[in-house]
Write a protein that binds this ligand. Structure first.
Ligand SMILES: [Mg+2]
Ligand SMILES: [Zn+2]
Length: 206
């Protein structure tokens, strides 16, 4: 946890979000698996590297009764750099590997488009709405969006969910990026999905 006074952050979240979150939307690259270099895409399962602590974090959230969705922009598909079938296969294996470790993913939603050609590329809300259509009872006001990009925070703000930004780099780097985007609401900045789960579950238990 960095930046905000922790108590102030919790109070802020209490003001506009219910104590009990029910749904978590996870970005993929940089949250679940190691982020590829800028302009590169995970094109094959062999390139998909789960980040440390991810299965355990999802298990904990499942156990607390949270639904867990994955929402990911993959414009490498539109650019012809990644096969859509390869992305499907990567997600099938991701869900399978996580399930073998006891971690349940309730749905995986992908935007395969390039910028400006759809209503599902984050920060647009299309992927979140797809999950809402597929699974009854998903209320954005009871949801948290976890991501490592500003587009994830922007999407979370747009649907009225809480937002957690993962910034694995040094505190100095976090400070720089924080000041770069004033105007976006970020409820917590953490270093990993494990820390994000900690934050979500602490609020639930409060
Ligand atoms: Mg990401
Ligand atoms: Zn799209």
């Amino acid at each position: 946890m960095w930046g905000m006074d922790e108590r102030a952050a919790e109070d802020g979240a209490r003001e506009s979000h219910p104590l009990r979150f029910r749904t978590v939307f996870l970005d993929r690259d940089g949250v679940i698996n190691r982020k590829p270099a800028a302009g590169e895409y995970v094109a094959d399962w062999a390139e998909f590297a789960l980040l440390p602590g991810v299965p355990q974090a999802i298990v904990r959230m499942n156990a607390a009764g949270l639904r867990v969705f994955v929402v990911t922009n993959q414009r490498g598909i539109a650019r012809g750099l990644v096969q859509e079938s390869a992305v499907r296969e990567i997600h099938r294996r991701m869900v399978e590997v996580l399930a073998a470790l006891g971690a349940r993913i309730d749905g995986v939603y992908v935007c395969p488009h390039d910028e400006g050609e759809c209503d599902c590329r984050k920060p647009a809300p299309g992927l979140f709405r797809q999950a809402q259509r597929d699974v009854p009872g998903v209320d954005f006001a009871e949801s948290v969006v976890v991501g490592d990009s500003w587009t994830d925070m922007e999407a979370g703000n747009a649907i009225g969910a809480a937002t957690i930004r993962i910034e694995p780099d040094s505190e100095a780097a976090r400070a720089t990026s924080e000041t770069a985007r004033v105007g976006l609401r970020v409820d917590a900045v953490v270093g990993s999905l494990a820390e994000a789960a900690e934050w979500i579950l602490r609020l639930r238990d409060a």
